[in-house]
Design a protein around this ligand. Structure first.
Ligand SMILES: *[C@@H]1O[C@H](CO)[C@@H](O)[C@H](O)[C@H]1NC(C)=O
Ligand SMILES: *[C@@H]1O[C@H](CO)[C@@H](O)[C@H](O)[C@H]1NC(C)=O
Ligand SMILES: *[C@@H]1O[C@H](CO)[C@@H](O)[C@H](O)[C@H]1NC(C)=O
Length: 140
């Protein structure tokens, strides 16, 4: 097969997997699990979009609660996830998954992890669930 045919086939296979299911494999690409952990008092509201696809609805995450989803990354052309956050009167939006995050955290394990910690001072990202990580952005 020509490589473009293989590429199209892979995209077909990848897109055929349900985005939010917990039990699925990614035979040709990395499987990622992105978690958002709220460390802000009171409810945090998040809306996640991927490319042109709006992943639907708002999620409300209580203090120390979390929301996570899994997906198969693309070969070469990484999947993008973008998040919109509301906390009381504060708002922020940022990339939750892109090529930079993939390059930074990819460690060739069964499930690659990316954890976002949303704190009163802003947004941190880490590949460990224990907290800390790199400060990315404050609130607007
Ligand atoms: C999500 O929540 C925000 C903040 O409460 C609100 O402004 C927005 O309209 C909501 N979006 C949807 C799709 O419900
Ligand atoms: C997310 O919440 C679940 C249910 O409370 C908990 O078991 C899990 O440890 C939490 N994950 C993180 C990364 O905090
Ligand atoms: C993502 O990983 C966490 C463990 O860090 C797990 O609790 C959660 O269920 C996973 N989410 C999905 C959608 O697989």
């Amino acid at each position: 097969m020509r490589s473009s045919t293989i590429h199209n086939l892979l995209i077909f296979v990848v897109l055929t997997y349900p985005i939010a299911s917990t039990a699925f494999a990614c035979p040709f690409t990395a499987k990622w699990n992105v978690s958002i952990i709220s460390v802000v008092p009171n409810d945090l509201v998040v809306h996640i979009k991927s490319g042109g696809d709006d992943l639907g609805k708002n999620h409300t995450i209580p203090f120390v609660g979390n929301y996570s989803w899994s997906f198969c990354d693309m070969l070469g052309d990484h999947i993008l996830f973008y998040g919109y956050f509301w906390w009381g009167s504060k708002f922020q939006n940022l990339y939750l998954f892109n090529e930079a995050i993939s390059d930074k955290f990819f460690s060739d394990v069964d499930i690659e992890h990316c954890y976002w910690f949303v704190k009163p001072e802003g947004f941190y990202v880490n590949n460990l669930p224990s907290g800390g990580g790199e400060f990315i952005k404050g609130w607007d």
